[in-house]
Design a protein around this ligand. Sequence first.
Ligand SMILES: Nc1nc2c(ncn2[C@@H]2O[C@H](COP(=O)(O)OP(=O)(O)OP(=O)(O)O)[C@@H](O)[C@H]2O)c(=O)[nH]1
Ligand SMILES: [Mg+2]
Length: 216
Amino acid sequence: MTNIEKIDVVQDIYEENDRIALETKESLEKVGVFVINVMGSPGAGKTSSIINIIRSMPEESFYVIEGDIESDIDTIKLKELGINAVQINTNGACHLDAPIVQKYAKKIDMDKPGILFIENIGNLVCPAEFRIGEHIKMLICSTAEGSDKPYKYPLAFEKANIILLTKCDLKEFVDFDDDFFRKGIKGLNKTAPIFEVNAKTGEGFKEVVEWIRKNR
Ligand SMILES: Nc1nc2c(ncn2[C@@H]2O[C@H](COP(=O)(O)OP(=O)(O)OP(=O)(O)O)[C@@H](O)[C@H]2O)c(=O)[nH]1
Ligand SMILES: [Mg+2]
């Protein structure tokens, strides 16, 4: 009879992913690049927040990897603003993983120390499960999505190092319940700060930038 050895494929995939993520993180650390994995639902305000942070830190060099299932709309937008960006299209995959990020990170000439934003695929589920070489995870959540999101999609909130609540200008129109939202997060994550922002006016980003400067 043949000997059958049972292997845990899912476990192996995560381990290999984490190994490559660590490799990317360490190689970028060597050139002084701090990596922020930007996660959130489609349209939550990920690109808008990245742009606001970049504008608020003129002393810094920035690089962006844009992850989308299709299109290069966000990358074009960033390039038009003079931001060094490359696009990854996953053609269906709902998250970025470490191997694809490692491949595309090599396509950006990171000639100066700075900050690399990796905008993950718009999705509140899968991106939270995969390390991609980041130092921190920044979760972007908008008031328009509703205040119950921490309860329905806990992993993203649990893993976040910093949370931005965007579209605060729309709060009154979407019946956003602040207490319910914050209570949901506190039950999952006691350390991540929550910053309320408005990407249209830039309000709130000064505090976000101060936090990044302190924690990088
Ligand atoms: N009123 C208001 N609109 C916002 C704010 N932030 C973003 N938006 C708008 O929301 C829409 C989506 O913003 P994006 O920054 O493209 O969101 P995203 O998360 O990058 O979207 P995907 O990459 O498609 O997942 C755009 O029309 C923005 O102008 C905000 O604070 N207030
Ligand atoms: Mg975007």
